[in-house]
Design a protein around this ligand. Structure first.
Ligand code: GLP
Length: 245
């Protein structure tokens, strides 16, 4: 694990965007694994600024997103498809026909998960997978469990995740109860993994996942085994492990 220490959220975003930009510059037709949530929003803003200044060209970039809520159509303002369009895709010159996200409206979970794994396999995994970290240590929507799940799967969101994401919906009852998520296998297939984390609310998850044992109860801990894993974390997110740095 390579740890890049940042001052605050903005610094995390700048440092992460620089890493992603270098991947695009070295390989203009790269495959980016992308994430949603508030953590990567600043990174996407920095990437948009680099595109606008002429530093980056997304025309050959392909993408594969981590997850999608089951039952939300792609035009729903809380779907991850909508999130990606409004936070990145609509602002850069990417060909959106090459942007892949699980289809939350496919009622056939087995078929949808198999389809998505075929997409990931056809790419041979992402060149770089960007991740956030759930307050309970989840990556994508791989929630704490008794075992790591390798393939793309339909997962029941934990109460903690529903609570954490309720802020984006009109009421807690509106939060979908299930999601399709790339599994641990798809994430680990990426050639490089970059996780961005910021704030005191994530400090316990950072400690459990990256400074503790590798176990499925802390799903992000599997990244300790990835050969090219970079953690970009700010002071608050590292506040519970300061004595170990
Ligand atoms: C969501 C997403 C994750 C994300 C996490 C943290 O549930 N499925 O991919 O990393 O929660 O979100 P945030 O960055 O808003 O804290």
């Amino acid at each position: 694990m390579r740890l890049i220490r940042a001052k605050d959220y903005q610094d995390v975003s700048r440092k992460a965007a620089n890493i992603i930009a270098s991947v695009i510059q070295l390989k203009p037709d790269c495959v980016l694994g992308l994430a949603t949530g508030s953590s990567p929003v600043g990174t996407y803003k920095e990437l948009i600024a680099k595109y606008e200044s002429g530093e980056l060209d997304f025309s050959q970039v392909k993408t594969v997103n981590l997850d999608e809520y089951v039952g939300l159509p792609k035009d729903h303002d809380q779907s991850y498809a909508y999130f990606m369009r409004t936070n990145l895709f609509d602002h850069v010159n990417i060909d959106q026909s090459g942007c892949n996200i699980p289809n939350g409206m496919n009622p056939d979970a087995e078929a949808e998960c198999a389809r998505y794994d075929a997409v990931i396999d056809a790419f041979g995994g992402a060149d770089l997978q960007l991740l956030g970290l759930g307050p309970n240590g989840h990556i994508g929507f791989n929630e704490p469990a008794d075992a790591f799940v390798k393939p793309t799967n339909k997962i029941a969101l934990t109460k903690a995740t529903i609570d954490a994401n309720a802020r984006f919906f009109a009421s807690r009852d509106d939060v979908p109860k299930f999601a399709y998520t790339m599994g641990i296998g798809g994430i680990m297939k990426a050639k490089r993994v970059l996780l961005v984390v910021s704030g005191k609310g994530k400090a316990q998850a950072v400690k459990d996942c990256f400074f503790g044992p590798i176990c499925p109860q802390a799903p992000g801990s599997i990244l300790q085994l990835h050969p090219d894993f970079t953690l970009v974390a700010d002071e608050d997110a590292l506040s519970l492990v300061a004595d170990q740095l």
